[in-house]
Design a binder for this molecule. Structure first.
Ligand SMILES: C[S@@+](CC[C@H](N)C(=O)[O-])C[C@H]1O[C@@H](n2cnc3c(N)ncnc32)[C@H](O)[C@@H]1O
Length: 335
């Protein structure tokens, strides 16, 4: 049985399969979330052992901190790298290059690539940090050099000319700052390593609090102004944040007019009553094994309702089949 993550699992177009293969794919697809939960469970004993070895006994006595530590072990040890390998080139790179429409990936850009000041929500262990370098030119503005103002003009246009060869994916944006919002302290050492490995120390700043405290100067050593952000990136994280309506509205308020929200999130199943019911059953167990992640959130509706949007181009990737218990929404909201 496949042990890949249902959070990013590609499914075969059923038209290419024989009826027997279709039946097999369907059964495996329906069972896959349970395999994933068992894999997560297998990371609990090693988490406890590692906490004992590190003498972090207080974490063992706090269910919420133990859950965070367990989730970090599982995410960095199995789920994250698996998702990175699979969904990175297939979904996330095209998304940030502006190569998605209607939930599907296109060969050429159909919208602007990521650029300017970026908030990455729920940055986790930094699974996506190197992608910024891949999809954009990185230029940390030097304070007092006048470059900041210059770049604002460029970024406002959303695009700059590609400086190196190749033209299959059009043009790159310039990223000047990334705020990686991540409240789970267990993830920070991994996130820091990913930032250093990508050489993004001058541009990528870890914000060690939740979205709800982004503009709270007493909660962290910095502040992000509302209406100052060019792009928000949310990848498989809005399932895990508290008070989604309130916090998604909050995130909306950080975007500039014309700013873009790049989304790859798993969402509530809409296929049929029996899949909705099945998803709800899986969801009874899911959050306990996956750091509080919830399967049945209507995230697309919540983002739509967060404020007025100039353009919405999102959808479910057409490759996903009806039996997927973890369907996704992919695309871009433009304010
Ligand atoms: C499923 S993980 C995904 C991590 C990362 N985006 C990835 O794809 O590897 C969800 C992340 O959201 C974070 N999170 C939880 N509450 C949050 C909040 N209030 N604000 C921002 N992030 C939050 C969790 O700590 C966790 O790292």
């Amino acid at each position: 049985m496949s042990s890949s993550s249902p959070l990013s699992q590609p499914q075969s177009p059923s038209s290419l399969l024989t009826p027997l293969q279709t039946l097999k794919e369907t059964i495996l697809g329906l069972l896959n979330p349970w395999v994933f939960l068992s894999l997560s469970a297998s990371y609990l004993p090693r988490t406890i052992l590692s906490l004992i070895q590190q003498r972090r006994y207080s974490v063992l006595l706090s269910p919420s901190r133990l859950r965070e530590a367990w989730f970090t072990e599982f995410w960095t040890g199995f789920a994250g790298p698996n998702i990175r390998l699979n969904a990175g080139p297939r979904v996330v790179v095209p998304l940030l290059q502006g190569r998605t429409t209607g939930g599907d990936v296109t060969d050429a850009p159909v919208g602007p690539p990521i650029s300017g000041t970026v908030i990455e929500v729920g940055a986790g262990a930094g699974m996506w940090v190197d992608v910024y370098r891949q999809v954009a030119d990185i230029r940390a503005p030097e304070p007092g050099s006048g470059e900041v103002e210059e770049e604002k003009g460029e970024v406002a246009e959303g695009l700059t000319k590609r400086k190196t060869g190749g033209n299959s994916d059009g043009e790159k944006g310039v990223i000047t700052r990334v705020y990686g919002v991540e409240p789970n302290p267990n993830q920070h050492p991994h996130l820091r390593r990913a930032i250093a490995a990508a050489g993004l120390e001058d541009v990528y700043q870890i914000v060690p609090v939740g979205i709800e405290d982004l503009d709270n100067e007493s909660a962290w050593d910095g502040r992000v102004e509302k209406g100052s952000v060019d792009c928000v990136v949310s990848i498989l994280c809005l399932c895990s944040i508290p008070e989604p309506e309130k916090n998604i509205r909050e995130l909306y308020s950080y975007l500039k007019k014309g700013g873009r929200w790049y989304v790859y999130e798993h969402v509530r199943c809409e296929y049929s009553w029996y899949m909705r019911l099945y998803q709800r059953v899986v969801n009874v167990f899911w959050p306990y094994f996956l750091g509080g992640c919830l399967l049945s959130r209507p995230t697309e509706t919540t983002i739509r309702k967060a404020g007025s949007w100039e353009k919405i181009d999102v959808g479910q990737p057409p490759i996903e089949q009806w039996y997927g218990v973890v369907p996704h929404m992919l695309g871009v909201f433009t304010k």
